[in-house]
Design a protein around this ligand. Structure first.
Ligand SMILES: [Zn+2]
Length: 379
């Protein structure tokens, strides 16, 4: 285990890794079959087709992700994992007169490089830094790109530790021992639905294992102390404000541009998707409180979510409604005496949410239900 995180930072910042060699190794992403189950998604919510801030034509579209202008010096990178796994999560960048800020390390160095290339299509200003909105692997496994290019990397102060604890431990680990319990859970499943949920879970954890073992982990070298937020970053005519909110991962930070009502929300916002609540530090009550705050912002706010299409306040309203619906069904099951572990498999997606994507049940709806039970003090 890496106990001296500074040593790791020196290694990734030494510039020993050429971009070419990283790109050549990106083929392991072909193993990411699990994520391909995500529904293909448009880059924009239908409601935004007429929004004058948003360019209808992307500056670049590689299938796996496209980049479009969404404001003055503001760009959104929107992924479509059904067409490739270089980025997987969304991101974006801000480019002012004096400097640029890149958002997200993505799931691979190829993804981080793609976004850097997109920035260079529109601006040659120096990159002041990059930012991981949180530690999750689909947002941080391409971090080595920043180290290799001498770009400072900001993230919540706990991000480095959680990357090492979550993905560092998988490197060189015994795959059979690690996945054995998940395979047993499939065998032990009492219903067809439960078995399907456990199978999807195994597929995703297998992906995390493969990606972790194929990646040179790189840690943020500009830890952000959440107690010192908000933090303003002046890029010259564009001011980014970094803030932290609870809910998704215990390490969540967002980038706001209040002057233009634009928010890069990271995974505190899943757009047209069920919330992903599996993290040990995810809290349903904290997350819903955060969404209430987002909903209180200007009605014209544009949100770049961690996953799914760019949206307005209707995207926040939908995610809140999904939490409400899960709670309503969970409460009924609790009152009927259904234990948490069973209830987690029994939520029924209502007809009106049939087109809302689910990123593996056991990462999203299942843990939302067990966490709700825990918040009620129930089992
Ligand atoms: Zn996440």
């Amino acid at each position: 285990m890496i106990d001296d995180s500074n040593r790791g930072r020196e290694v990734v910042n030494s510039g020993l890794f050429s971009r070419r060699s990283f790109l050549a190794k990106s083929s392991y992403l072909g193993a990411m079959y699990g994520v391909a189950k995500l529904l293909p998604m448009p880059a924009l919510a239908a409601e935004l087709a007429e929004d004058s801030r948003i360019s209808q034509t992307p500056i670049v579209d590689k299938g796996f992700a496209s980049v479009r202008k969404i404001g003055d010096g503001l760009y959104a990178t929107i992924s479509d994992p059904s067409k490739g796994f270089q980025t997987v999560c969304n991101g974006g960048f801000l480019a002012g007169k004096d400097g640029a800020l890149l958002i997200e390390g993505f799931i691979s160095v190829a993804g981080a490089a793609f976004q850097m290339d997109a920035l260079r299509m529109v601006s040659q200003v120096p990159v002041k830094g990059a930012l991981d909105t949180h530690y999750h692997f689909d947002h941080s496994m391409g971090n080595a790109f920043f180290g290799a290019n001498g770009i400072p990397l900001w993230a919540h102060a706990n991000t480095a530790k959680r990357i090492v604890e979550s993905y560092g431990v998988m490197q060189g680990a015994d795959k059979t021992a690690l996945l054995g319990p998940l395979e047993k859970a499939i065998k032990d499943a009492k219903t067809e639905t439960a078995r399907k949920h456990r199978e999807d879970y195994l597929a995703h954890v297998t992906t995390v294992f493969s990606v972790s073992n194929s990646t040179v982990l790189a840690l943020p070298n500009r830890p952000i102390d959440p107690s010192k937020l908000p933090m303003k970053v002046d890029l010259g005519g564009v001011t980014a404000v970094i803030e932290s909110y609870p809910g998704h991962s215990g390490t969540d930070v967002i980038v706001r541009v209040p002057e233009q009502n634009v928010v890069y929300a990271g995974d505190l916002l899943f757009s047209n998707m069920y919330p992903v609540c599996f993290d040990t530090q995810a809290t349903v009550s904290g997350w819903r409180q955060t969404l209430k705050t987002f909903a209180s912002w200007d009605k014209d706010t544009l949100f770049v979510p961690g996953h799914g299409p760019v949206c307005g306040q209707e995207g926040i309203a939908l995610l809140r409604a999904l939490f409400d619906d899960i709670e309503e069904q969970a409460q009924k099951m609790h009152k009927a005496g259904v234990p948490a572990a069973e209830a987690a498999d029994l939520y029924v997606v209502p007809e009106k949410y049939k087109n809302v994507a689910i990123f593996a049940w056991d990462f999203s709806i299942g843990p939302t239900i067990t966490k709700l039970y825990a918040e009620w003090g129930a089992k």
